[in-house]
Design a protein around this ligand. Structure first.
Ligand code: FAD
Length: 334
């Protein structure tokens, strides 16, 4: 394998019901920086049915090229068919880097492609950089329980691959009318060759709270003492029309369900305003909320680590401060 044969940064563009997943646009932003640093092209790869039209958006968000596999066999995501298309494209055009969103689809596809190529894959990356001269991808992620950041390199194989969590990278401002080169590809796979058939799609009927889409998140921690104490968080969230978040310790104590957990093993959120109430500020929590627009921390310990990661810090007892906030916000808003 000669590394000189490999060039360009690719982003797998995930499509759901005709829409591009936001993480793919975020990755085009990150990919653009890597490609510019290397002086190479940025490309998107789209696999699906009736998806060619999405390439305009991919160009507007920074890609120079788009490879499209637009065939009925790709109507729904299946590991086998998508992997074959990606391998076909990667073997033909040889990118040096491929990025995927760390979504269920992205994780599934990236690991299948990495195994088949074979190459290395860094999962759940939170920072990306590239060495200008060697082209080595520097993919960083929390390791050893989040106590250190590990930078993982893939020195012996190409392409280098990483999955990146949604909401960690920033999408570029779309440039209306920005054009690029569209490369339509096809592969010959028949439905009869597929081992997996989609028999039925059952949509979830319970309405899950999308904490990762909320403008305001009011998150509470173990400092609230009990499930009753945690009610304060619900009260403030209700007053502000916010969504409730929690630290892992709160979820483990059973005060709230796991899909409210913010952090490394929970959800990454980037609301406009994030309240951290009675949360100590462990690194595993911080990685999930540090990109919020404004972080307001309330903690009775002036040395709590959360105060190193907030815009406004209130030192005091949550049981005194939060009821005052509820009262004042209620007056202002209702
Ligand atoms: P504590 O650390 O107990 O902090 C409570 C805080 O409340 C203290 O700072 C205290 O001063 C303050 N306090 C107490 N009483 C009051 C009061 N009356 N008013 C105001 N403040 C008060 N954690 C996450 O949150 N999300 C994750 O995704 C996550 N993933 C993890 C993954 C791994 C592999 C590991 C090892 C850990 C993970 N953790 C995660 C756990 C993390 O390390 C911390 O243990 C956890 O975040 C602590 O939760 P906490 O801040 O609610 O509790």
């Amino acid at each position: 394998m000669s590394f000189e044969d490999y060039s360009g940064v690719w982003v797998f563009i995930e499509e759901n019901e005709g829409k591009i997943a936001p993480v793919s646009l975020e990755l085009l932003g990150a990919g653009r920086t890597l490609a510019d640093k290397r002086g190479v092209e940025l490309a998107g790869i789209i696999i699906g049915e009736n998806v060619t039209g999405l390439s305009d958006t991919v160009f507007e968000y920074g890609a120079d090229k788009v490879y499209v596999y637009d065939q009925p066999i790709f109507q729904l995501y299946r590991t086998e068919s998508f992997m074959k298309a990606l391998l076909h494209c990667s073997e033909k055009y040889k990118p040096e880097i491929i990025l995927y969103g760390a979504t269920s689809t992205g994780k599934d596809l990236a690991s299948a492609v990495a195994t088949d190529l074979p190459t290395g894959l860094t999962a759940d990356t939170t920072e990306l950089d590239v060495e200008e001269d060697t082209g080595l991808l520097l993919a960083s992620r929390p390791a050893f329980g989040g106590n250190i950041m590990a930078t993982i390199l893939c020195k012996k194989y190409r392409p280098q691959m990483a999955t990146v969590r949604p909401k960690v990278m920033k999408a570029l401002q779309p440039e209306k009318g920005r054009a690029g080169q569209l490369i339509a590809e096809q592969i010959d796979i028949k439905e009869d060759d597929m081992r997996t058939k989609v028999l039925k799609i059952v949509r979830e009927t319970t309405k899950k709270i999308r904490i990762d889409e909320a403008d305001i998140v009011v998150a509470g921690g173990k400092g609230l003492g009990s499930e009753q104490g945690f009610e304060l968080v619900h009260q403030l969230a209700k007053t502000l029309g916010a969504v409730v978040g929690a630290s892992r310790d709160v979820v483990e104590a059973g005060w709230i369900e796991h899909h409210h957990q913010v952090g490394q093993t929970g959800v990454t959120v980037t609301p406009k305003i994030y309240f951290a109430i009675g949360i100590s500020g462990a690194i595993q929590h911080i990685v999930g909320m540090k990109n919020s627009g404004m972080i307001i921390a309330i903690n009775k310990d002036p040395d709590a680590a959360i105060f190193n990661s907030c815009h406004y810090g209130i030192v005091g007892d949550a049981f005194e401060i939060v009821p005052l906030l509820v009262k004042e916000f209620h007056k202002a808003l209702h």
